[in-house]
Each structure stands twice: as C-alpha cells, then as structure tokens.
Design a protein around this ligand. Structure first.
Ligand code: GAL
Length: 372
C-alpha cells in the first residue's frame, strides 16, 4: 500500500513538473501555455518591457460568442524570457455597475501599457465601446496603476484631440458647415477630398476624433503617442500624449487618408519609424500593410505587405497587434498578431514571428517553431 502511495506521489509530481516545464521557443498558431499549463488569455495584446521584465497585457476572453465583449477585463502575464509567462491575474476589471463606462459587456479591446517616469506609474490605454453601443462609441479609455501588473484604476473614456486640428489639416476640414457626402457632390469643395468623402475631422472637431484600433509608442525622448484608427476607420491618426500620458494634447497628424487601416503596430529601427497594419475586415484576416517615415509627423511611405510565402495575403491567418523590440538583442523584433476565433474567442491563437528587414522593407516569413 505504502508503495502505491509513493508511486502516486511520484506521478503527481511528474505531472506538475511537466506542466511547468520551461520552453525556449515560439510555436505560432499553436496553444501557448502559461507556466500553469493553461493557454494564455491575452488577446489583442501588447508588451511593456520594464526593469528587466516583460509584461503582456491583453483582452481576457471567455468561451462562446459572449466572449467577443468584455466579461472579465484585461489580463496581465509576466516573463523574463518571452517564452515562459506567469499569469498575474486581471490587471483591469470590468465594472458590475451597468451604467459604468467599462461595464461588463462593453467592448474593451487592444489594451496597451506604458511606464510614465514623471509620475512613476503605469498607464493603460484601450479601445472602448460602451455597453450596448456596438462599435459606434469609438472611444479610447485610460487607466493607471502603481505596479505594472495592476490593479489599474479606470480614469475616463473620451475621444482624442477635441477642439484641435491635425497638423496636416486641409481647408476642406476647416469648413464648419458639417459637409456630408451629399454636399460634397455639389462640387464646390476644394481638393483634395479624402477620408471617404466626408469631412469627419470637421464633424468631430468639437467632441473629439473617433478612436478604434489603437497602439501606444514611447519615443527615445520620452514623448508618448497614441496611434489609432479614426474617421470611421478610414484614416490613422498619431496623437501626442500629455506628459503624464493620460490625455492627448491636440497635436496630431492624419496618415494614409481613405486607406482604411486597422490594428496599427508602431516601432522604431535605426532612427526610422515603422508601422505594420491590417486592412478593415473585422475578425477575418486580410493582407497586412507596412510603412516607413523619418519622423512621426513627417511623410509616411507605404511599403506594401511585409508577409512573404504561402498565405501572405492573409497575414498567415492573423492580424497585427504589436511589434516588440527584444531587449539587449540588436535588430531583433517580434511581430505579434492574433488569430481570432469569434465563435469561441478564448481559443484565439497568437502568431508571433521574427520580423526581419530587406533594406528598409520589413519582411515576415512563416515558421512553425523558432527562437530569437
Ligand atoms: C477588427 C479589429 C478588432 C475588433 C474586430 C471586431 O477589425 O481589429 O480589434 O474590433 O474588428 O469586428
């Protein structure tokens, strides 16, 4: 009997240790177990690299279609090596008060966190659609915490850059008569007319610009920026943040007017700024886009689809969410994307691939398993 007990104990210990076995590689599209052996639940995510540790924030999803709305909140995982992730729990919880901005059942997507040195705190931004509003609120939300893993305190939701014109505003936008497509067809408006032919910048001038898919970027000088899909998703905006990183300051630029880009991931390499984005086809994958600029508010040049090989036209069945420069490794970038499963969102997979460059062009090739 005693031997059976010892044998049982041995089996249990081996099972526990096999669950916690460390890994040293990425397997794009496969289950991505955390250190408890459970598939990581942090979709549409981004990484904060801070004090030698990585923190992965993402949308916590539940099983079934209800999981496409926020039922729990934002998850946080931590790691020393990017391969092995410890579940740190819920960093920002949804509210049980149904009138709250982040009430359970709202849409809370693509959370990103940056560290603010001035206030020595952590600032989270996300795309928010109020409960019951489908995707019509087009808001951004902000929350702060004293520790990277949270808990985060929700501050407010708003539309960025209210009452400010973009640096590249055209005369067309400054017309205050709320021109619509119909008025445009009258033919008396100056060129160029872009962004789906409606003056959305002018329309939303007072209340702030629409903000859906988004990302954050902190430049070498400590200035932080929100890059987001605005103007009914037709045009990306880059908006500079205030010093405490909790607001926009009305200094912003419109990029790729009328090109309908989503899921922007912004990063810097060799002094140049890069964006990798998707087109707008909801949960279904499409062909990625890329672009480069010498300055954030300067001329952006599109460089086409960075993906090469089979299923390149579908971004290998995924959609961008973040590009991570790996600490201490020269010219080492990880492209992070989501393979969405809208029928059962908790089963969404992560596609992390090495991002390489051919000249100035970013290139992504599929690989079943890899290490950086
Ligand atoms: C995608 C977007 C996702 C989510 C989805 C909803 O285009 O990137 O974050 O909003 O649409 O259909």
């Amino acid at each position: 009997m005693k031997y059976f007990l010892y044998f049982g104990l041995f089996v249990c210990l081996s099972l526990v240790s096999s669950c916690q076995k460390k890994t040293g590689s990425f397997r794009p599209g496969m289950l991505f177990p955390d250190t408890d052996g459970v598939h990581i639940n942090a979709h549409g995510g981004g990484i904060l690299s801070h004090n030698g540790k990585y923190y992965w924030f993402g949308e916590h999803k539940i099983a079934g279609k209800l999981g496409n709305s926020a039922q729990v909140g934002v998850s946080c995982y931590s790691s020393d090596d990017l391969y092995n992730w410890k579940n740190e729990g819920i960093a920002l919880a949804v509210s049980e008060d149904s009138t709250h901005d982040i009430a359970r059942g709202c849409v809370l997507e693509r959370p990103k966190v940056i560290y603010n040195a001035k206030n020595n705190n952590y600032v989270m931004w996300f795309h928010l659609e109020r409960k019951g509003n489908s995707y019509s609120s087009a808001l951004t939300g902000v929350a702060v915490a004293d520790k990277p893993e949270g808990p985060y305190r929700f501050i407010r939701s708003f539309r960025p850059d209210a009452g400010a014109w973009p640096v590249n505003v055209s005369d067309f936008h400054k017309r205050t008569d709320n021109r619509t497509k119909e008025a445009f067809s009258g033919g008396d408006l100056p060129e160029p007319i872009d962004s789906g032919m409606m003056n959305l910048i002018g329309r939303d001038f007072e209340k702030g610009q629409m903000s859906r898919d988004m990302n954050l970027f902190v430049d070498d000088d400590g200035r932080a920026y929100l890059v987001h899909a605005s103007e009914e998703n037709s045009t990306l905006h880059i908006s500079e943040l205030t010093d405490d990183y909790t607001d926009t300051r009305g200094h912003y630029v419109r990029l790729f007017p009328g090109r309908f880009m989503e899921a922007p991931a912004l990063f810097k390499r060799d002094g140049k700024y890069y964006l990798i984005m998707s087109g707008c086809t909801g949960w279904a994958p499409n062909e990625a886009r890329s672009a480069v600029a010498d300055s954030l508010f300067g001329e952006w040049r599109e460089l086409g689809n960075p993906c090469v090989g089979e299923d390149a036209d579908l971004t290998f069945h995924s959609q961008s969410t973040y590009v991570l420069p790996v600490d201490g490794k020269e010219d080492c970038f990880i492209f992070m994307a989501d393979r969405w499963v809208p029928e059962n969102p908790i089963d969404g997979r992560y596609v992390w691939l090495p991002l390489t460059f051919e000249g100035e062009k970013p290139v992504l090739r599929w690989t079943d398993e890899w290490s950086y």
